[in-house]
Design a binder for this molecule. Structure first.
Ligand code: URP
Ligand code: ZN
Ligand code: ZN
Ligand code: ZN
Length: 469
């Protein structure tokens, strides 16, 4: 037959259009969009549902090896299982270089972690923590050519951070080889100084994590990264922007015509520093991530900046640590001082529904939703047009989304391997009902169908496709 699968009566939404049609799928690709397509071997009726491009989560951490007995709760199986149950069909986690390690050794290690485990397709960003001459002159250019066209650098964390000089060197490689640098922008010395003051004064509760990483420390580093980008003349993307101070810097740069892209995450729309708790209790550790959530003014500024196009990408920054876990939020089984709580919160499965709730509340348009969650990340990270849209020739990565469905988020119903969600008991409007990856139905009526573990494929990324700002 002509089609392996026909999705009938789809209400297709892309970043720029909305149209009613049937979708014909053959050998994992979309081969027809039209009315009254011939019968497929299999048929799905999408009446009443939106057909959206599968989500692309361009920022998540899976199975990263960690020091001090810590361990991420999700590997490539449980992480991608959660992703597809949340409507995300492509993930871009990190292959992180340790200091002293070659980049190629890091890449090989992460491929071993992903292969035979992932159920969604995946690419990798590199994390460059040790930019030796060998890395800058040989390894990075070779890896860019081999399909690793984006890399994250850190301005904080002792085991990851680069000096200003090193940042300039890495940016210059990106300029010459047309790769995209992602920057974690927080000022390391400000944080270390504040942390020492706080702990000397006897402050240890999780809430002091946010006090030790104030918006000004993020603002300064954001501005510095922007200045370096201008100096080197290379586009960059600022990851996990938390609120209005950093947004002001980014808009200032964009008004000057600089190619400064930005990403934000669900935690900055839904959490505040208050979620880190008070003087007593440890539950706030569940919301410890960096940069920390700010205040309700910043939440408003983030929603507003999403709508106005200041942000190009909406990612989860899924960094999975269980709460009641000696390898997670209670290292060694102890309630530790704030500076020893592993940073990060889970979010792969809830990313899309949390943002879609804003569509229902008039905070952003449906097309903008698709742009932020699928199209733009696919373009910026070299996966478009195979990923990120519904079009002839694209992979049949399609989410059939019920825009009306009310779901109260409960960790017990999620598919990650983390023992909590920061969004427990929050009700969202809009939920992914069915999820297809390369034409294969992985989730039906919200039920995970247990596809073959390891079916997910590695995607060698092309060069970044820059967006107009
Ligand atoms: O707290 C966070 N976000 N942890 C994950 C690592 C990072 O910096 O993105
Ligand atoms: Zn980061
Ligand atoms: Zn991250
Ligand atoms: Zn202490």
């Amino acid at each position: 037959t002509l089609y392996d699968l026909v999705i009938r009566n789809a209400d297709v939404v892309t970043a720029s259009e909305r149209f009613a049609c049937d979708i014909g799928v053959k050998d994992g690709s979309i081969v027809a969009l039209g009315r009254d397509l011939a019968a497929g071997d299999r048929e799905i009726d999408a009446t009443g549902l939106l057909a959206l491009p599968g989500g692309v989560d361009a920022h998540c951490h899976l199975d990263q090896p960690l020091p001090d007995g810590l361990k991420m709760a999700d590997d490539f199986f449980t992480g991608t299982r959660a992703a597809v149950c949340g409507g995300t069909t492509t993930v871009i986690p990190f292959a992180a270089q340790e200091k002293g390690q070659s980049l190629q050794a890091a890449v090989d290690d992460y491929h071993r972690r992903a292969e035979g485990r992932a159920v969604a397709d995946y690419a990798f960003h590199l994390i460059v923590s040790d930019p030796t001459p060998e890395v800058l002159e040989r390894e990075l250019p070779e890896l860019i050519a081999a399909g690793y066209t984006s890399f994250k650098i850190y301005m904080t964390y002792d085991d990851l951070k680069l000096s200003d000089r090193e940042i300039l060197e890495v940016m210059d490689v990106a300029r010459r080889h047309r790769a995209l640098v992602m920057v974690h922008a927080e000022n390391s010395d400000c944080i270390a100084w504040l942390t020492d003051k706080l702990t000397d004064e006897g402050h240890h509760a999780p809430k002091y994590h946010a006090v030790s990483r104030p918006a000004v420390a993020e603002r300064e580093a954001t501005h510095r990264a922007i200045a370096f980008s201008e100096l080197v003349d290379v586009p960059i993307l600022i990851v996990h922007v938390s609120g209005k101070d950093a947004i002001e810097q980014i808009e200032w740069a964009q008004r000057r015509g600089l190619n400064i892209y930005a990403e934000t995450c669900p935690q900055y729309l839904y959490l505040t520093a208050e979620d880190l708790g008070g003087e007593d209790g440890y539950h706030g550790a569940k919301c410890v991530c960096s940069p920390p959530p700010r205040d309700t003014d910043s939440q408003k500024a983030v929603w507003n900046a999403l709508k106005r196009g200041v942000f190009s990408v909406f990612s989860s920054d899924h960094a999975p640590f269980s709460y009641d876990d000696p390898q997670g939020k209670k290292p060694g089984g102890e309630e530790v001082s704030f500076e020893h709580i592993p940073n990060g919160i889970p979010g792969l499965e809830t990313r899309l529904s949390l943002l879609f709730d804003g569509v229902n509340r008039g905070k952003l348009s449906l097309n903008k939703f698709v742009e932020l969650t699928a199209l733009n990340p696919a373009k910026l990270y070299g996966l478009y047009p195979r990923k990120g849209t519904i079009a002839i020739g694209a992979d049949a990565d399609i989410v059939l989304w019920d825009p009306e469905r009310q779901v109260t988020i409960r960790n017990a119903a999620l598919h990650h391997n983390v023992d909590y969600t920061p969004y427990e008991n929050r009700t969202v409007h809009g939920w992914p009902m069915h999820c297809l990856s390369r034409g294969e139905l992985l989730v039906e009526n919200g039920r995970y169908l247990e596809p073959k573990v390891g079916r997910g494929r590695f995607l060698a990324a092309g060069k970044p496709q820059l967006l107009d700002l």
